[in-house]
Design a protein around this ligand. Structure first.
Ligand SMILES: C[S@@+](CC[C@H](N)C(=O)[O-])C[C@H]1O[C@@H](n2cnc3c(N)ncnc32)[C@H](O)[C@@H]1O
Ligand SMILES: Nc1nc2[nH]cc(C(=O)O)c2c(=O)[nH]1
Ligand code: SF4
Ligand SMILES: [Mg+2]
Length: 209
């Protein structure tokens, strides 16, 4: 990478862009809502069941000027979801400011493992055992979305729920490869513990991105 590009990426003025697509938010509180997704490359959290491992290596994704990202997004939707990879690997300040200046609603999908940068209308925190969220993101999370891969994830979910703010909406989402077994367990758990709600990856059932 050219030195010049590296500096712009460090400042958050260019970002390694994996893909961008207009679709329906499949998960969590805003499921069913049309939104433009910006998927930024780079993540070293290392979830073994991650459904987008191609995003991990930032070097495989072209550094892209945020002006170009914003221009494309503006053509499609007022609701923007920034995901990855782990978007908080990078300084989200410049991108989110530019999107806000264009009057957009901006949501983030994050593990919360790194410093929370950027201006957000909605923070979806999906904590991971290997790299726990920062204290700030627990305070700012609008929804907590815990992925359930095995029984221990119910314990982990309660531990994480104890750390988020009072208004945060609590979701349990089955890990996709275990969806049959875990969906049944989640249904029972939510009926026993109704502060939780079920979240499914509805876009996968709809066969959309
Ligand atoms: C691919 S991640 C990218 C954003 C960020 N790194 C994170 O983990 O929140 C987007 C969302 O998909 C969830 N996810 C990833 N792989 C999954 C799987 N196999 N089954 C269910 N949810 C999954 C993550 O927990 C997260 O909520
Ligand atoms: N439709 C759709 N909804 C999503 N919600 C969160 C996603 C993500 O990968 O961050 C995602 C995704 O990849 N597609
Ligand atoms: S934190 Fe997100 S992108 Fe990174 S490995 Fe885990 S699910 Fe995948
Ligand atoms: Mg996804």
């Amino acid at each position: 990478m050219k030195e010049e590009t590296k500096i712009l990426v460090e400042k958050g003025e260019m970002l390694p862009l994996m893909e961008e697509f207009y679709t329906i938010q499949g998960e969590g509180f805003h499921k069913g809502t049309a939104a433009y997704f910006i998927r930024v490359g780079g993540c070293d959290v290392g979830c073994h069941w991650c459904d987008v491992k191609e995003s991990w290596n930032a070097e495989l994704h072209p550094p892209t000027a945020i002006e170009n990202i914003v221009e494309n997004a503006a053509k499609h939707s007022k609701t923007i979801v920034i995901t990855g990879g782990e978007p908080l690997t990078w300084d989200m300040g410049p991108l989110t400011k530019m999107l806000k200046d264009r009057g957009m609603q901006i949501h983030i999908e994050t593990s919360g493992a790194y410093k929370l940068t950027g201006i957000w209308d909605w923070v979806c925190l999906s904590p991971k055992k290997m790299k726990l969220p920062t204290e700030e993101v627990y305070r700012k999370a609008d929804e907590l979305k815990v992925i359930v891969f095995n029984n221990d994830d119910f314990r982990f979910a309660e531990e994480q729920a104890a750390k988020v703010n009072e208004e945060c909406i609590l979701y349990l989402q089955p890990e996709w490869s275990k969806r049959e077994k875990m969906s049944a367990l989640i249904v029972d758990y939510v009926m026993q513990n109704p502060k939780w709600k079920v979240s499914l990856q509805t876009h996968k059932y709809l066969n959309i991105p």
